[in-house]
Design a protein around this ligand. Structure first.
Ligand code: GAL
Length: 415
């Protein structure tokens, strides 16, 4: 589909002739439409409604937010920017460079955001010394979600290395179990590739390839190995994977139709929403071979300049998002961890506590990296170029050596 047709279809599907929010309301564009995501979003809606601020919901379905960003561009071009927009990493900086975002410095200074928001997040929340978005959470992409009963029935322990993982997958396949639940969409394949590249080459390789965009790392033998590992995954998904939404893949693990899903910790929101508990019905563990690393993405809400100073509703939304009690309440439901360093882990489950511990440890040991798949390693043009190659390889268009060559060329052209 061409971009123009796609945008028109999205606008029609979402009824985006919508007008600006009335005074006292916020219009929020986001892609949190799965069961777990919607439950988390409700925490924010209710928080604002309790302050007398109305919520005009502008959901644009599509995991990873690609569709939402297309709709956003159309809205801004039409001179009708939403009040607040869910956004990731480099996209925030791009909009800030265009001068589209409101300056949140006053509220940030009043509330001391500089002291409590980790620097890795500030790098995407500030531009030219100004706070331009409010970080909601920290997700990470190098997780595996497992159906505990299926692992127990097949005598499988949590794998910590790639070799242990492939042994477990082959054992499950031999027992007639679908080893891996996967949704065949480019962003989901890229999410798996984050973890696979880290496991194949380690942190220095990940940084050189995805952050520094170094040609020799992109074109290396290690990258070929990463593509071979993707081909292994492709060989162990069910035949209906193509086009499946990520949350339907999670549902396969929830329902015992597949053993593992490699996905960011928003997947946990689905397990919780289905009434499951970590350690009982499901397990979470770091992607084998990436036990010390964290590839993160942080959802933020950027406030669009409505012509003048930040509005009282925008300030209230930003303030609500950064409040410690909201950071706990929201992230407990969402599957992510707080975007502040001073929030207690008391209300979090075992996976959430592990997530908080892993994040702190990775941050102090130099093992914290922005997720390529979720726009925190390189700008959208490069990310999309990587998506195209990874997904073409996953769908059998390229063998691994061809994929490596295509990757080098695609990144070179995009950067
Ligand atoms: C990510 C986002 C998460 C989750 C996921 C699937 O990009 O950071 O909050 O929504 O997409 O939709």
């Amino acid at each position: 589909m061409s971009l123009r047709t796609r945008t028109a279809a999205l606008l029609a599907a979402t009824g985006l002739s919508a007008g600006a929010a009335a005074a006292g309301d916020v219009e929020v564009l986001h892609w949190w439409t799965s069961g777990g995501e919607a439950a988390a979003l409700n925490v924010l809606k209710q928080d604002l409604e309790s302050q007398g601020i109305g919520w005009l919901d502008m959901p644009v379905a599509g995991g990873g937010g690609g569709n939402a960003m297309t709709v956003l561009r159309a809205r801004v071009t039409a001179g009708n920017a939403p009040t607040a927009v869910q956004m990731l990493g480099f996209d925030i900086l791009d909009w800030a460079r265009e001068g589209a975002l409101a300056d949140l410095n006053e509220i940030a200074a009043m509330e001391g955001w500089d002291d409590v928001v980790p620097e890795a997040l500030q790098a995407f929340a500030k531009h030219d010394g100004k706070w331009i978005s409010a970080p909601v959470n920290v997700h990470s992409t190098n997780w595996v979600w497992a159906n505990k009963a299926l692992l127990d029935q097949n005598g499988i322990e949590i794998p910590t290395t790639w070799d242990e993982f492939t042994t477990a997958v082959e054992k499950l396949a031999a027992a007639g179990v679908t080893p891996i639940a996967h949704g065949g969409e480019a962003w989901q394949e890229a999410t798996v590739f984050d973890a696979i590249a880290m496991s194949a080459g380690g942190p220095d390789f990940y940084r050189s390839a995805f952050i520094d965009l170094d040609e020799s790392a992109l074109g290396s033998e290690t990258m070929r190995e990463a593509f071979d590992r993707m081909a292994f995954i492709r060989g162990h998904v069910d035949e209906n994977f193509s086009g499946r939404s990520w949350n339907l893949a999670t549902a396969m693990v929830i329902n015992g139709e597949a053993a593992f899903q490699m996905m960011g910790d928003w997947a946990k929101g689905e397990f919780l929403n289905a009434g499951q508990t970590p350690g009982e019905e499901f397990l979470c563990f770091r992607f084998p071979g990436t036990v010390e690393q964290v590839t993160f993405n942080a959802d933020q809400f950027a406030m669009f300049d409505q012509g003048g100073a930040v509005s009282p509703e925008q300030a209230a939304l930003a303030s609500a998002i950064l409040s410690p009690s909201f950071q706990s309440a929201f992230n407990v439901v969402k599957g992510s961890v707080p975007a502040r360093t001073d929030v207690s882990d008391a209300d979090f489950d075992a996976c959430g506590r592990q997530g908080m511990k892993d994040l702190a440890a990775a941050s102090s040991s130099g093992n914290l990296f922005g997720s390529m798949a979720h726009g925190h390693a390189a700008p959208a043009s490069v990310r999309n170029a990587i998506y195209d190659v990874v997904t073409a390889h996953f769908n059998g268009e390229y063998d691994s050596s061809t994929a490596v060559r295509e990757l080098v060329d695609a990144v070179e052209l995009a950067k």
